[in-house]
Each structure stands twice: as C-alpha cells, then as structure tokens.
Design a protein around this ligand. Structure first.
Ligand code: NCD
Ligand code: ZN
Length: 329
C-alpha cells in the first residue's frame, strides 16, 4: 500500500545554525516542500542582514531538494518602513514572551507596548506567530495566555494570529472564537501527556515547551486534528539539541521529530481511520490559511516497517528505536 502526500509543509521548524543546520536541514528538505523557519538563533533573526544571511545559508544547503524555507523574523517593535521593505521575504513574525523557552531571552516583556507593530503588521498583512505561554505555573501557562490571544484577536481583527504548538483543550475551544486565529499542532503533542514525560522515570527526550499536558488535553488535540478542522495545521516544532544538552542537569526543551514526522503521522491517521485527512493537516490547511503556492513535490510513503534510529548524529530523535508501519518509499 502506498500513500502520496502532495507538497507537505512543516509550519514550525527549528533548523539552528552552523553544523547543526547542515546536519538537520536535509532531514526536513528531503521530505517536505517547505517549512516555516523559526528565528530563535543565538543571535535572533531580527534584521535584514541576519534574515538574508540565514536564508541564503539554508537555500544553498538544499538546492537539489526543491524546498522553500518560509522565513520568520524574531518579534520586536519594528518601524513601518522596515516591515514594508522586508514583508516579501518573510511569512510572518514570531513572538516569544521573554525567557519563556529556548533562546527567547530577547523576547517581548510587556505585550501592549508592541501595539504599534501589531497595527503595522495588520496593515501590511504580515501574520503573527505566537509562542503562547504566560510566566505563570507551568501547566497553566497556555490557558492563561488565552487572554492575550483574545486581546490580540479583538484589537487587531485583520491580523492573522497563529497559536503555535497548542497543547490544551482550552486552546482548541478558543480556536473557533475568532476568524483571525489559526493554530499549529505538533506530532509529539498528539502522542504524549505529562505522564509520559515525568510520570515514571524522567524522560529528557520528551521534554519540550510547552510541556505535554493531561490525557484530556491530548484527546482534545487529537479530536480537532483528526476531524480535519481547517484552521489547524501541522507544525512539527522539531527542535534538535545535542544529547549532552538533553541528558544533563538542566535539560534543554525541545523534541527532534523532523525525519520521522510524516511516517508517524500516517500511522496515527491510519489508526484513527482518517488517513484521507492527512493531506489536509500537513499541507492544504496551511496553503489556504497562509495563501501559499508551495513547490510541487510528491512524497511517497509505503506500508513497510521503519525502524527509527536510536540516534541521528548527536541527536536522539522522538520514538528512538520504535518501529512504525509506514516509511518513505
Ligand atoms: C524550542 C527550541 O528548542 O528552540 N523548544 C521547544 O521545546 N519547543 C523552542 C520553542 O519552540 O519553544
Ligand atoms: Zn518551536
């Protein structure tokens, strides 16, 4: 049995820089037609120079793969003339509350002070991608942040706001309240609850931000994804960290899923009896919401066992050592 996915897109991806970038990029560019590239580098991508430089590095590395890097800028207050000049080169601007996750120290402190930039983005039709967590108790952070999404959605009704990597039932319920809100969902949040991370022995390779929540939350995510909800797009949030940064005191947040995401999603959609909806989740919804014209690229999956390697270079992947029923042709 075979399955063709037309122009799969990963709407939230961390490629890092230097050798790590060179290593992980083909593990996405071979299997996807495009990906939204996160800007949280050691020096955030927040200027025209950094953006151009980063994009060129990516494009040069994957010339043969037919892959479009959809670039993002790291949110900070930007003037209108700068955004007007750069808007054709970005798919959106990624907002991190300061210090909330890996390399987000230069993120936003007081959101309402960024009002002018939101207005400019709304006028210029530049989407706002948001890491939606407050600084409250870790399990309440996403739900608390919904007030901020509400403020954004009501005050900037033409701004396309994307709730990145949602993990809660509350966020799923919020999705339908405003037309200008969409969401991405990861692979790992469809599979994990907090029990998997810390319920038994502590599993550093399952630790990410936002942390996986309750089984009830996970079931709400599954329900909305498998129903084919048109505002829900796949964003892997594949976030590689070398093993020494994961297996230590002070484990870095991030799960590496890029090379196995599509076979694992096919497995899940098949288990739920809705394999025909996979195309919507991994491409069509993003094409529609973001109005994209992705590179035409067919990815073939076959029903043949795929043993996920224990390691990719220095990185332990999600589901390491497990066997999936679907693999790349
Ligand atoms: C991401 C990373 O490592 O850059 N980590 C994560 O746990 N998801 C950052 C992020 O998207 O929060
Ligand atoms: Zn991320």
């Amino acid at each position: 049995m075979e399955l063709t996915i037309i122009s799969p897109l990963d709407m939230h991806l961390h490629l890092r820089e230097a050798e790590m970038l060179d290593f992980v990029l083909p593990l996405t560019s071979s299997y996807f037609a495009g990906a939204v590239i996160m800007p949280n580098l050691q020096q955030p991508v927040d200027s025209k120079d950094r953006l151009t430089h980063y994009r060129e590095r990516i494009v040069n590395q994957c010339k043969d793969h037919g892959f479009e890097p959809y670039m993002t800028l790291f949110f900070k207050p930007y003037p209108a003339n700068f955004l007007d000049e750069i808007k054709e080169q970005i798919i959106g601007i990624k907002l991190y509350p300061a210090g909330i996750t890996t390399q987000s120290e230069q993120g936003v402190g007081e959101l309402k002070e960024a009002r002018d930039t939101f207005t400019i983005m709304e006028d210029l039709n530049i989407p706002l991608l948001v890491h939606g967590e407050s600084h409250g108790y870790v399990l309440d952070r996403e739900e608390e942040f919904l007030q901020t999404y509400l403020w954004l959605a009501e005050n900037f009704p033409k701004l396309h706001i994307i709730m990145e990597h949602i993990t809660t039932r509350a966020a799923v319920e919020f999705l339908d309240k405003y037309d200008n809100i969409s969401a991405t969902v990861t692979l790992h949040h469809l599979l994990l609850s907090l029990d998997d991370v810390i319920g038994g022995l502590m599993k550093p390779h399952l630790f990410c931000k936002p942390v996986a929540k309750s089984p009830r939350d996970r079931d709400a995510l599954k329900q909305v994804v498998f129903s084919g909800h048109e505002k829900v797009m796949f964003g892997s949030d594949s976030a590689p960290h070398p093993i020494h940064a994961k297996e230590c005191a002070g484990c870095a947040a991030g799960i590496f899923t890029a090379p196995l995401a599509l076979p694992a999603l096919a497995t899940l959609f098949e288990q739920e009896g809705c394999l025909e909806k996979l195309q919507l989740f991994v491409s069509d919804h993003a094409v529609n919401r973001y109005q994209l014209q992705p590179i035409k690229k067919n990815i073939q999956l076959v029903r043949k066992p795929f043993v996920i390697p224990e390691k990719y270079g220095t990185i332990t992947p999600f589901l390491a050592g497990k066997t999936l029923p679907w693999s790349y042709a």
